[in-house]
Design a protein around this ligand. Structure first.
Ligand SMILES: [Cu+2]
Length: 270
């Protein structure tokens, strides 16, 4: 009888929780427009779906045991029926744990994460668009070495990041301050975060880090604020405002933008 009550309540709780999670996912997950972010998102959904009933099993087990088997009065004697071993339970629990772990290891949704980590190796990404990203207190500076652009800006003269859709982009992330000529090495830890891409990468002084992204849709900061570069590591008083607009454009628009930037930098430098 205990087993039936426990099992029925566990199933009801699991169904409710899965339903609630699906509802939350469908309504509150933010705008996501990168291949890599989408893979990570699917892996997260898969893991939470499998883990929710297991989590509830453990929690409900604790609560159920505390209610069902508590002493009825302060001077109650321990039950004469005591057992310290339950071979069936141990076998089911250990087998179940192994099966779940092997599932995570082999299941394509979770295994996709391995693909992301593998795809992030610089040696596998030789022919991408390169964007050098310099984080300083408090500004993001974008350079395009393949096009000889040192600092791209929008019409208002603010730093701006523009990348083409459906093309792999290699971000090279560094933290130092090119404008502090007395100490160019002055730098603190920042974090390169584009909310719409769903990935974050710390930017550490003295290190070069890489992030690879393929954007899946055209989009613009000027219509959706999630399409921006935001610092996600507290780096001083200017941290909350350390952001830069991002635009994801077609290949043709990107070419035109590069030409415009080249003209702009040429005008400024002469
Ligand atoms: Cu920062």
């Amino acid at each position: 009888m205990d087993l039936v009550i426990f099992g029925v309540v566990w199933i009801i709780l699991s169904v409710l929780a899965e339903w609630g999670f699906n509802h939350i996912r469908a309504n509150t997950m933010y705008y996501l427009i990168s291949n890599e972010g989408t893979i990570a998102h699917h892996a997260f959904n898969f893991l939470t779906t499998v883990l929710t009933p297991i989590f509830l099993f453990v929690i409900w087990y604790l609560i159920f045991a505390a209610i069902r088997f508590h002493a009825k009065s302060p001077d109650a004697k321990p039950s004469p029926r005591q057992s310290t071993k339950n071979g069936l339970f141990t076998t089911v629990w250990i087998t179940g744990a192994i099966v779940v772990n092997v599932l995570f290891w082999l299941h394509p949704t979770a295994a996709d994460m391995e693909q992301i980590f593998a795809s992030q190796l610089p040696s596998k990404n030789r022919h991408d668009l390169i964007v050098d990203v310099t984080a300083r207190q408090w500004e993001w500076i974008f350079s395009y070495p393949q096009y000889h652009l040192t600092q791209t800006v929008n019409a208002a003269g603010q730093d701006e990041l523009v990348i083409p859709v459906h093309r792999k982009v290699e971000f090279r992330l560094r933290s130092y301050d090119p404008f502090h000529t007395y100490d160019i090495e002055a730098g603190v830890i920042h974090s390169f975060w584009i909310p719409a891409f769903g990935l974050k990468e710390d930017v550490i002084p003295g290190e070069t880090r890489y992030e690879y992204i393929v954007a899946t849709h055209t989009a613009s900061y000027y219509t959706n604020p999630e399409v921006r570069v935001q610092c996600a590591e507290v780096c001083g008083p200017g941290h909350p405002w350390m952001e830069a607009p991002l635009k994801i454009v077609t290949a043709r628009q990107f070419k035109a933008w590069i030409r415009h930037q080249q003209l702009l930098e040429h005008v400024v430098s002469t």
